[in-house]
Design a protein around this ligand. Structure first.
Ligand code: NAD
Length: 363
């Protein structure tokens, strides 16, 4: 039996932020990061809350949020006792909020209404039952329906300030979500439809927003594509591209979307080397109006190049070759146990993962 599930009610489009004025709340907690607080974006958002609402802002979130940050957030939320929690930021802020609410719930806190407002077009975390938390040097994907927000508000005006490099990284994350959801061994007609739509938008609009951050129609479409891809993968699951990226990101702290983008052609080639696993890539290429899987692979590489993303992990210049070799076995071990690996279309051994890491490092 298959299932398709969407918990969050979606509010989207220009001025979607006005929805905040209709919420019934008196004591709001906003979980965000230092940049969004200092840049004034948090205030721009909270001014739409009903007059007289008490607002507490917790702006300690850092990229790749740690378990320690989450634990501190759990203590804080018991003090604040909010009736509405807003996660405001990229995937790091939304995931940190999910984990804070999850662990506070385990300690007996009654769950307040949880609204996610993404400020990047990338993770789709506003609609997923995933949260990625870093424990030591390992990124751990928590997966539970209880993590998913109750509402998601997509207002692309909050993504306007995202600089080109982060626009590229997060946009390639959308592409990777949709592609891995499509070829997943849990894909269905419903998730395929969403993955294909998200990919059409990414190929068309990601180059536009990369070159012109003020292209608001394209920003809006990318915000929707991110969310649509999130709905696809929260139902279909992901694959080893994400497993490899999680283990690498936990160890070497490179932006998640950039790692996905660098790894993707290597992972695609690994799958396409066997006819059985190449088939969904050919099918996807046809749905996107391309000739075959080889053209799809070329288009992914061309897009990556247009966005200025490196071809190999070595090209990043931040991962020392000796440190990479020292940890490649541990990272492959962690990737083999990652929660994204069971839905990968092709079964993988630890040695396959080591080989993929080395391919992606050396090119
Ligand atoms: P991020 O949240 O880590 O943010 C990256 C940077 O962008 C930060 O410095 C942040 O301050 C900045 N930023 C955010 N919004 C901005 C804006 N509007 N203008 C200017 N700068 C802005 O990046 P992300 O890619 O959105 O999230 C990555 C995290 O999400 C990783 O930890 C990844 O593992 C996780 N993730 C989660 C899911 C999920 O379903 N839960 C899916 C994919 C990835």
């Amino acid at each position: 039996m298959n299932e398709f599930y969407l918990k969050a009610k979606l509010f989207f489009g220009p001025q979607a932020v006005e929805h905040l004025g209709s919420l019934k709340c008196s004591n709001v907690l906003v979980v965000t990061d230092g940049f969004l607080q200092e840049s004034g974006m948090v205030n721009k958002m909270t001014q739409y809350l009903p007059a007289g609402t008490h607002v507490t802002v917790y702006s300690n979130v850092k990229p790749d949020p740690s378990q320690e940050l989450v634990d501190a957030g759990v203590e804080m939320i018991f003090d604040v006792k909010p009736d509405l929690v807003i996660a405001f930021g990229g995937g790091s802020c939304i995931d940190a909020t999910k984990a804070i609410l999850y662990f506070a719930g385990e300690k007996g806190m009654e769950r307040p209404y949880f609204l996610a407002i993404p400020t990047t077009a990338g993770t789709g975390s506003e609609v997923t039952n995933f949260a990625v938390i870093t424990r030591g040097t390992t990124k751990v994907a928590l997966i539970d329906d209880a993590l998913a927000p109750d509402g998601a508000l997509l207002d692309a005006s909050f993504t306007r300030s995202v600089p080109p490099k982060i626009t590229a990284d997060t946009g390639m994350d959308v592409l990777t979500h949709a592609l891995e959801a499509y070829v997943s061994n849990k894909a269905t007609t419903f998730t395929d439809a969403m993955a294909v739509k998200a990919l059409r938008i990414v190929f068309e609009d990601l180059p536009v927003v990369f070159h012109d951050g003020d292209a608001m129609r394209a920003r809006g479409r990318m915000a929707e594509a991110s969310c649509v891809a999130g709905i696809a993968f929260t139902n279909a699951g992901l694959g080893i591209n994400h497993s490899l990226a999680h283990a690498l990101g936990g160890r070497f702290h490179v932006a998640h979307g950039r790692l996905n983008a660098i790894l993707l052609p290597y992972v695609m080639r690994f799958h396409m080397a066997e006819a059985k696993y190449r088939e969904p890539y050919d099918r996807l290429a046809h749905e996107l109006g391309m000739a075959d899987a080889d053209e799809l692979l070329r288009r992914v590489i061309d897009l990556r190049h247009e966005l200025g993303i490196e071809n190999t992990l070595a090209d990043l210049g931040t991962i020392d070759p000796a440190a990479f070799e020292e940890h490649v076995g541990d990272m492959a071990e962690a990737a083999s146990h990652d929660r994204c690996t069971p839905t990968n279309p092709r079964p993988v051994s630890k040695q396959d993962l080591v080989n993929l890491y080395r391919d992606a490092y050396n090119g």
